[in-house]
Design a protein around this ligand. Structure first.
Ligand code: KG4
Ligand code: ZN
Length: 338
């Protein structure tokens, strides 16, 4: 039987990550998160690129060491080709190309958005793999997409955001409320202690399966400014209720679109991914959907759902099995589509 070792490398945004996969099982999954962006309240591309350059060699070393694998045992190198920040992608791409060339092994290019979805195919105890076809919803600080997945590499985007990503809606709302970056986890924590019906925010009207979150952010900004004018302590006195109301609105938007997606496609299997899939509200809503609408839902292990290299490695493995390799002249692509 086969005995395949693949190194996966991810550098599309602000996390430098490397992972070793042995067949379908992850042996190591190393992520160096860049703290530098916290003080700016968002990712600064130039700083991200420089941090990737500093992190990439130690992160890859660590991934090999933790896996107990030497570079000479590797069968292929998989890397994120896009989408993402060009300066960040270039670091991972050039590194992967050089290493594959040096070791004389195949190079495998990976689409980051496909990887978020195919992370569900990592062998992991206690986690079931979705069967085809299924609907994937990828929700994070950088992306919001609904994808119809017919097979590993036959996917169609059926909905996506026309402006901000859902994680951005969380982070920008947090900024308005004076919370740290990224604000998603804290809003989620406070939401669980607040009243979701305390304040109403109107949901954006976007046709079909597309999303829009920039109007919601503006509505929250105006609402908070108005209330603070009347009561300077408004935010601190109502923080949990404000967070609960924001979360209620956002989850409502996501669930409405999922309902529409299942109706349009007739598919009731739903797999979610991306950092926002950690959210307690979306997890509960998906569970409720199993009861109410007969959905089957899949949420991957947390470390495979935020930006990571294990998801790049699993795509590398799946492509390796098909003999689907990249040429040495492959280039990074900031706007790569599924
Ligand atoms: O996947 P990720 O680590 O990186 C990318 O953006 O690609 O996602 C990070 C995003 C941030 O916007 C963060 O605020 C959000 O995920 N997030 C959450 C939660 N945990 C992380 N949003 C809502 N609730 C959470 N529990
Ligand atoms: Zn991502």
């Amino acid at each position: 039987s086969q005995n395949i070792y693949i190194l996966g490398i991810e550098s599309s945004c602000d996390d430098t990550a490397a992972s070793i996969i042995h067949n379908g099982k992850i042996l190591s999954n190393v992520v160096a998160s860049q703290k530098i962006h916290e003080e700016f309240g968002g990712v600064v591309p130039e700083l991200a690129s420089r941090a990737h350059q500093q992190n990439i060699v130690p992160v890859v070393h660590q991934a090999l060491k933790k896996a107990g694998v030497t570079k000479n045992q590797l069968h292929a190198i998989a890397f994120t080709r896009g989408p993402g920040l060009m300066g960040s992608l270039l670091v991972g791409t050039s590194f992967a190309k050089s290493l594959a060339y040096g070791l004389n092994i195949p190079l495998i290019d990976v689409n980051h958005m496909q990887a978020h979805i195919l992370a569900h195919f990592i062998d992991e105890e206690g986690f079931e793999k979705p069967s085809f076809p299924f609907i994937a919803m990828t929700i994070s600080g950088g992306h919001t997409q609904i994808v119809e997945v017919k097979s590993h590499f036959d996917m169609t985007v059926i909905g996506e955001t026309i402006d901000d990503a859902v994680g951005e809606a969380y982070d920008k709302s947090g900024k308005i409320l004076g919370l740290g970056y990224p604000a998603g986890p804290e809003i989620d924590k406070r939401a669980q202690k607040g009243n979701p019906k305390a304040f109403q925010f109107t949901k954006p009207k976007v046709e079909g399966l597309n999303f829009s979150f920039s109007g919601l952010k503006t509505a929250i900004l105006y609402f908070v400014q108005r209330e603070v004018k009347a009561n300077p302590n408004f935010i601190e006195e109502n923080l949990n209720d404000i967070c609960a109301s924001i979360q209620y609105t956002i989850i409502g938007i996501l669930i409405d679109k999922l309902k529409l997606a299942t109706k349009q496609t007739g598919i009731k299997q739903i797999a979610i991914g991306g950092g926002v899939s950690a959210n307690s509200g979306i997890r509960q809503a998906l569970k409720d959907g199993e009861q109410k609408f007969g959905w089957t839902t899949y949420v991957p292990k947390f470390e495979f759902t935020t930006d990571n290299a294990a998801m790049i490695a699993i795509v590398g493995y799946l492509k390796y099995l098909e003999g689907n390799f990249a040429e040495q002249n492959v280039t990074a692509s900031a706007r790569l589509k599924i």
